[in-house]
Design a protein around this ligand. Structure first.
Ligand SMILES: Cc1cc2nc3c(=O)[nH]c(=O)nc-3n(C[C@H](O)[C@H](O)[C@H](O)COP(=O)(O)OP(=O)(O)OC[C@H]3O[C@@H](n4cnc5c(N)ncnc54)[C@H](O)[C@@H]3O)c2cc1C
Length: 424
């Protein structure tokens, strides 16, 4: 018996936040889209809380407004981010980053990942040009000069002019296509949970690079925060298994009681930290978006923000080609996206990894260097302004501010590096 063949203009693999936002950005393109997702439709419509509180830049907020996702996010859970503070060790003197330019009074906003997923699915679900193929996964992908073919594990075959991978940083679609990716295992796991606390956070996100641990507080509405603890896997495992009351006292101790008495409000979620950067984002009739394009370390809170920049860029190119009656999988279009997204992401990817390396090393030279760098950043106004732009717009600045930032980060992190990272 021959397999059922479904024909689309474009197939997206993965209905996570990036795949959904990409599909939404194509709502007026006139293209017929097949959206493949392993999870079932019920889970997509009401995703469970997963512990991730996503810090959105002002630029991401604007993009989500354009996609009609922002207006259906639950307002009561959208928390403004007034300031970001970086502390080194036991010092209470840190680098404060406040909003600069653009007339915005907040650096950005915090919202739970499951709310983004739910809102993005709600708008895509009713989109006439999208066919959801849920509860199935991709088992094979091939492309040639004329089309992409995606085989699902239920035996169905999809044909399209372009296949877009949005299926996590460990993308099976990318692997099926045969694109190698450089993985960096940071050897640490991040524990995240929501906690109530006595002392107000005042809308300040704080990152403590302490001795053998990295701690963060992401301010949510009311006297509650997302608490982030990064330690070795075994230590996180032990923390997760502590009885609740012992866990609460242990977190108070680790935070030096800076937030007063703390109460656990959710499950404790663990995320092993692995950064992924593929050799290329595109090849014949294939492109990657979201984490399938760039798997960031969460410490600089840029994963989904970069995902939105990528989905917006690719959607603009695809819509432009469709409107002009051109092939939406043409090689020039894909090369354009690959080049622009590399330029938007590689400096941040390298800078983030450099920051993680420097701020988690515990050798005396590393301690000295990070203290010195924070001192420079505090005193040099353009550096703070550059960091503010980075947090608000999700992009490294150009000109003088880029140069100022270069004083704070290792040089290769901020140069306009157009080369591909070496493969592992
Ligand atoms: C602890 C933590 C904190 C974070 N904080 C921030 C932050 O503050 N700011 C920020 O911008 N980012 C942050 N991020 C990153 C952000 O969560 C991710 O960038 C974002 O969720 C990626 O979305 P995605 O759609 O690309 O991938 P995913 O959310 O991984 O979704 C991929 C989808 O593809 C589906 N899928 C996978 N394989 C297949 C297959 N073979 N066939 C069919 N379907 C498949 C999956 O079921 C899933 O639904 C954080 C991440 C973590 C872990």
């Amino acid at each position: 018996m021959s397999a059922e063949i479904l024909s689309f203009d474009l197939v997206i693999v993965g209905a996570g936040p990036a795949g959904l936002c990409f599909a939404r950005a194509l709502r007026n393109s006139g293209l017929r889209i097949g959206l493949v997702e392993r999870l079932d439709a019920g889970t997509l419509a009401a995703p469970a809380y997963d512990g991730r509180e996503i810090a959105l830049t002002q630029r991401s907020a604007r993009l989500l407004r354009e996609l009609d996702v922002w207006n259906i996010l639950p307002a009561a859970d959208l928390a403004p981010l007034r300031m970001a503070r970086v502390l080194n060790g036991l010092s209470t003197e840190g680098l404060d980053v406040t909003p600069s330019g653009h007339g915005d009074t907040e650096l950005g906003y915090l919202i739970s990942n499951h709310h983004i997923r739910q809102a993005a699915f709600a708008v895509v679900h009713d989109q006439p040009n999208v066919s959801l193929l849920a509860s199935t996964a991709v088992s094979a992908v091939t492309t040639d000069a004329s089309r992409a073919r995606v085989t699902l594990n239920d035996g169905r075959l999809l044909e399209a002019r372009l296949v877009v991978a949005a299926d996590t940083r460990f993308s099976e679609t990318r692997r099926a296509i045969g694109i190698p990716a450089r993985h960096r295992d940071f050897g640490k796991t991040m524990l995240v949970c929501k906690m109530a606390h006595e002392t107000p956070h005042e809308g300040v996100a704080t990152e403590w690079f302490g001795h053998e641990q990295t701690l963060a507080v992401l301010p949510l509405n009311g006297n509650r925060s997302s608490i982030v603890v990064t330690l070795r896997h075994v230590e996180i495992d032990a923390l997760r298994k502590l009885p609740v009351a012992k866990f609460e006292r242990e977190i108070e101790r680790r935070f030096l009681s800076r937030l007063g008495k703390m109460t656990l409000e959710t499950e404790r979620y663990a995320y092993p930290l692995v950064g992924v950067y593929p050799g290329k984002f595109t090849t014949t009739r294939y492109a990657a978006v979201g984490d399938a394009a760039v798997g960031m370390h969460p410490v600089t809170a840029h994963g989904f923000n970069l995902g939105l920049i990528g989905t917006d860029a690719l959607a603009n190119l695809v819509c432009g080609a469709a409107a002009a009656g051109r092939d939406i999988g043409n090689a020039d279009l894909l090369a354009h996206y690959d080049r622009d997204h590399r330029r938007a992401t590689l400096p941040l990817y390298l800078a983030t990894n450099a920051i993680v390396g420097l701020y988690t090393a515990d050798s005396p030279p590393a301690r000295f260097l990070r203290k010195a760098l924070l001192g420079v950043a505090r005193r040099v106004t353009p550096v703070s302004a550059a960091l503010s732009g980075l947090l608000m717009q999700g992009a490294l600045p150009s000109g003088a501010t880029r140069d100022a930032l270069a004083r704070l980060l290792p040089p290769r992190a901020v140069t306009r590096d157009r080369s591909r990272p070496r493969m592992a």
